[in-house]
Design a protein around this ligand. Sequence first.
Ligand code: ADP
Ligand code: MG
Length: 452
Amino acid sequence: MDHAINLAKQAMEMTAIWQAARALIQEQLAPPVFDMWIKPLRLGRAEDPQRIEILASNDFSASYVRDHYGALLTTAFTSALGQGARLLFQVDPDPPARQVEESPATPTPTGARFGVDGRYTFENFVVGSCNQFAHAAAARVADAPATAYNPLYIQGGVGLGKTHLLHAIGNALLRARPESKTLYITSEKFMTQLVDSLRFKQVHNFKENFRSVDVLLVDDIQFIAGKKATQEEFFHTFNALQEANKQIVISSDSYPGEIEHLEERLRSRFSQGLVADIHPPDLETRMAILKKKAALEGMELSDDVAFFLAEAIQSNVRELEGALIRVFLLASLEKEPVTLSLVRESLRGTLRRGEPRLLSMEKIIETVAAYYKIRPLDIRSSKRARRFSHPRQVAMFLCKQLTKASYPEIAREFGDRNHTTVLYAVDKIASSQQVDVDLEQAVSTLAGMLRK
Ligand code: ADP
Ligand code: MG
């Protein structure tokens, strides 16, 4: 009996560890990559850390994930588990039923929850000055679709709540108007479904499916850039919906004008309605988000702990969430309350237990951008205004100081510039620092944040 209880407990802990490992990986992969390869995986038998089964839906996925993400998954497991882990990638003998969203070619009952994730609601969304505009626009659209802004275009950096707002609109609509058809889809899925429909000669079904919706929520539209056939089809879908007075909501990491290799006619369609942007959250909002997430988990978070975490993690909400999950996990594993010292331990733990974390230039760019309240995109751009060029030079300087990258490598990371530009920037920041106290302060704060 005791044995059975122990096994059950162990299984529960393993599930928590699997969730923590996934959260760690989610921080490191682009959302579409994560959604495509990691999200569908299931945890299989896992009594022995040296034989943890990871189940994929088919042979191809299993070997692809093993080859491409095997090391990353193993590291995440090792880090979440606090000890070495060995993963076995296998085909799921009992795969969960495919989601409706994945097979739109089948007839679609009205009011179904097409792709809309019930966890992301307006109630769970914390409003701060960074996102209040986008939130208000989204709420308005959910309230009265196709009357005010069409399309609504939500722009914001990684992990700042775009996907959350899209689902929130979907959930609100499904609740208030269960008879209307609201469909959430990522632009990548739109593309793969289009490709599939061409392959299986079901283009008609594909078109029908998208043109029969009342509200279309398209996430991460930037991924259709450069995809000719997909842009073409999306353009026609867009027009058909707009003509029928249906609502379209789009999210992207860039403004319409900034997406490269996007057809002009789409660019102009996207700018026709309202473009609402989301900025990185300030300290207060980060604390409020932590408290809300904790409450959703049924946990309580004291002010000092919330403050400490919100100070330590500034880049985006997804990372903030990842840190919170690790804290809760550690608390449950060690059977301790969530205190400041436990939080310190959990943050340190992720650095110590994981692979020696190499600081990426991407991370530096993200951090510097957040610090100066601009977007990573602006840092990589060639915009000359000082509010962009100064942070860019600081970021170049930090890349040189904190990574092993060479001047040409840094130049490449910053939008393929000439490496003399980097040389100049590094030199300039190094010497200005000597005389400019504010700059010196900024550089050391940033370096401190990045070394954490
Ligand atoms: P994006 O799509 O912009 O990359 P997401 O919408 O996926 O970001 O957000 C990442 C995570 O952060 C999600 O779990 C989301 O619930 C959470 N999040 C982001 N912004 C907020 C917010 N203002 N309030 C509550 N949770 C948020
Ligand atoms: Mg997203």
